[in-house]
Design a binder for this molecule. Structure first.
Ligand code: GDP
Ligand code: CA
Length: 325
């Protein structure tokens, strides 16, 4: 089977680990594998700091699937040290709110060197994955610069700031009235993205942030339209009216969507979503015309539990695809 997964960072990466387990995918997606997984990674969170292009979601997927992630934290490298960060602070370099570890810095030096030599992000990502062997084909959603900005309003007035500044520096505490993907309209999908969607047996939306992860991928021109023609099953990131981890609720409020499994399904809509997996807590309250809903426990609290969620999503996709023909 050929599976495509548009994914953000932590939630997406954890789901992907379960999906690999469910499909028995171990290698790096070469032609001898029975099943292949293509990940369309969110790059809306990307930012340039200290002269380095930082791609948090791509790196989280690569490190998590490649065995280099800091498990407790969910992002960054295992066994990390922060000498470079301390030295930068000693020079008075800003910002001080972004933690780039020493091991992680090496990844960024490789990325910068390749980009300075003219390689597009998709080829840089492929080169980095040669080391990490994540077992999936990891594609950025686009090679073009897209940056998610958040419109905030406080005593200093109304202004837009980069998503990372709002999310990390202000811990999403500044009231947000909109979230915009700058550059998304004119960005084109990275090489391989539309082909992978067209050839997919199923597209699975992991429980990634529906606004700043999945939403920014859907914002790249052509991707949503391609997904509408595919069999798409989503896994709800919202359980019992709240995000399981993180602050997805404030992102949903900023774009006027209620924090519920039902509202997120409606927001994606029946043209995009064919199937929707919700937790048992949301079984009774989730019903959207044109979307087949199924319920099961949705906590990814162990590799086995996550693999079982992925298996259910694959089963639902197979059923719905059968029904289409
Ligand atoms: P990203 O969007 O993939 O970068 O990942 P985040 O870590 O920002 O989280 C995205 C979403 O995953 C959040 O809205 C969480 O509620 C959701 N999430 C985290 N853990 C779980 C889980 O165990 N089960 C489910 N269903 N959702 C989860
Ligand atoms: Ca569809």
């Amino acid at each position: 089977m050929r599976i495509v997964v548009p994914a953000g960072g932590i939630g997406g990466a954890r789901f992907l680990r379960g999906l690999k387990e469910a499909l028995g995918v171990t290698g790096d997606g070469d032609a001898t594998e029975e099943h292949t997984i293509t990940v369309i990674g969110n790059t809306g969170d990307d930012i340039t700091l200290f002269g380095l292009r930082i791609c948090p979601d791509l790196d989280t997927v690569m490190y998590t699937l490649g065995g280099g992630i800091n498990e407790a934290q969910g992002w960054g490298r295992a066994e990390e040290t922060f000498t470079v960060k301390e030295e930068l602070a000693a020079y008075g370099m800003h910002p001080t709110w972004f933690g780039l570890g020493d091991r992680d810095t090496a990844t960024h030096i490789v990325r910068n060197q390749m980009m300075a030599a003219g390689y597009p992000l998709s080829q840089v990502t492929e080169a980095l994955c040669d080391r990490w062997r994540p077992g999936v084909r990891l594609l950025p959603m686009t090679d073009d610069p897209v940056e998610t900005h958040v419109v905030v309003e406080d005593e200093q007035g109304r202004r837009a700031m980069h998503f990372q500044e709002w999310w990390i520096r202000h811990r999403a505490a500044l009231p947000a009235s909109d979230i915009i993907g700058i550059g998304a309209d004119s960005a084109t999908p990275a090489p391989g993205v539309l082909e992978a969607i067209r050839e997919a047996d199923a597209v699975l939306l992991p429980p990634s942030n529906p606004v700043v992860s999945i939403g920014s991928i859907l914002g790249v021109s052509g991707i949503r339209e391609a997904l509408e023609d595919a069999t798409v099953v989503g896994v709800s990131p919202i359980i019992g009216g709240a995000p399981v981890r993180g602050m997805a609720d404030v992102c949903l409020s900023a774009i006027g969507v209620e924090t519920s499994a039902q509202a997120v399904a409606q927001h994606y809509g029946p043209r995009l979503l064919d199937g929707w997996l919700v937790d048992e807590a949301d079984a009774a309250s989730t019903r959207v015309d044109g979307i087949t809903t199924r319920s099961r426990p949705l906590y990814m609290d162990s590799p086995e539990a996550t693999a079982a969620i992925a298996r259910e999503a694959l089963d639902l996709a197979s059923e719905l695809k059968g029904g289409d023909q």
